[in-house]
Design a protein around this ligand. Structure first.
Ligand SMILES: *Cc1c(COP(=O)(O)O)cnc(C)c1O
Length: 366
């Protein structure tokens, strides 16, 4: 028996594949290749679903972060805070607009950005913006961060690449805040295209206008240059086709998370706090082992018996080049990284899969 990390076979069933083929056939017949009617349809539906006024589709999730920084007026040399536990694209976007990264430390139980560390870094480094990440699908403490950032006029860009289906503590969907909120629709995300795509959600009309200008070579503003980050029509069609299924799939992920939690809670592993079970999108199911050595042992054993797993993230951002010399706080992130293992997580994990993983865990943990 094997339990793969992803399951595209069931996700992209025959009905969906046929639907997409038909849509793409129509796009080819109509010669409507970029920013077509499916772009507009997805933008409207996704904004509504996430409780935002505007959705702007883009070429990918990293562009969404970069364009958010530009839309907020972040300039070369400005300092932007990034949490130590995230996919490195969160920091890459800062470098790509020639701004500087300042490391912000994380919560030892979740890997989420720490509001107290954020306030210290704002004061010490005069940050112009921060990029809290809803890592693994867990909601970052946005209300607390907003309170801190309002005092110092610091912009917030929420990296929601892993949080399609996550709810804030107030029960509203991620994307409904008054910050710029970025998404990636890379194929492995909860809602994925058949290629690259991304988006920004915002409630601000002016920012939405600026983003539309930037994503299409500055068109619409005679005094501006932009770039090309248009989302092609075929990817938008795939997203329109997949969107109606996503709510149910996220519920199924939640059920899987509950089953893992029940099965593993008596083992000597550190699970995420139970309070996140309802609010997370469960993009990933991470748990912490006592040491890096034990994580390596578990990983090797799981590989041998056919359980897909990944150590997101093997190191904190501060231990990754080229931002290893950037200032900030990172002690907790450093001790958090390396000990994490992410178990297979998708809507089609069965009771049998969970049981198999539990039994194999018991064998390695002894
Ligand atoms: C996937 C991801 C990104 C980047 O998205 P792309 O679409 O690959 O550019 C950024 N941040 C986080 C946290 C991600 O998981």
């Amino acid at each position: 028996m094997t339990v793969p990390f992803y399951n595209f076979h069931d996700l992209h069933d025959e009905e969906l594949r046929n639907q997409v083929k038909e849509m793409i056939g129509e796009i080819i017949d109509n010669n409507a290749f970029v920013e077509g009617k499916y772009n507009a349809e997805f933008e409207e539906k996704f904004a509504k679903m996430q409780g935002a006024k505007h959705c702007l589709l883009l070429a990918n999730g990293t562009d969404a972060l970069e364009i958010s920084l530009l839309a907020y007026g972040i300039k070369p040399g400005d300092k932007v805070g990034v949490p130590g536990i995230t996919f490195h694209a969160s920091a890459e976007a800062v470098l790509n607009v020639n701004a500087e990264v300042v490391h912000i430390d994380v919560d030892p139980k979740t890997g989420l950005i720490c509001p107290e560390s954020t306030e210290r870094m704002i004061k010490e480094h005069d940050l112009k913006a921060i990029i809290p990440v809803h890592i693994y699908g867990l909601n970052a403490p946005i209300a607390e961060l907003e309170e801190v950032c309002a005092k110092y006029d610091v912009k917030i860009i929420e990296d929601s690449a892993q949080a399609q289906g996550t709810f804030y503590k107030n029960g509203k969907p991620v994307g409904s805040s008054n910050n710029l909120v970025t998404f990636s629709f890379y194929p492995t995300k909860n809602l994925g295209a058949f290629g690259d795509a991304g988006a920004i959600l915002t409630n601000d009309d002016e920012l939405a206008k600026r983003i539309v200008v930037i994503r299409n070579h500055g068109r619409g503003d005679d005094n501006a240059y932009g770039r090309n980050s248009r989302c092609d029509h075929m990817q938008a069609a795939v997203l329109v086709a997949k969107l109606p299924k996503i709510e149910n799939y996220n519920l199924q992920r939640k059920e899987v998370a509950k089953k893992y939690h029940e099965a593993l809670k008596d083992l000597s592993v550190q699970l995420l706090p139970e309070e996140y079970i309802q609010s997370s999108s469960w993009h990933l199911y991470p748990l912490q082992l006592e040491s890096v050595a034990l994580r390596e042992k578990v990983q090797a054993h799981f590989k041998e018996v056919g359980i897909g797993c990944t150590p997101f993230y093997e190191s904190a951002l501060v231990d990754q080049k080229p931002i290893d010399k950037c200032p900030g706080e990172y002690e907790v992130a450093r001790s958090f990284a390396g000990k994490t293992i992410c178990l297979p997580m998708h809507p089609f994990i069965t009771d049998e899969d969970v049981n198999f993983i539990k039994e194999e865990f018991k064998k390695v943990l002894g």
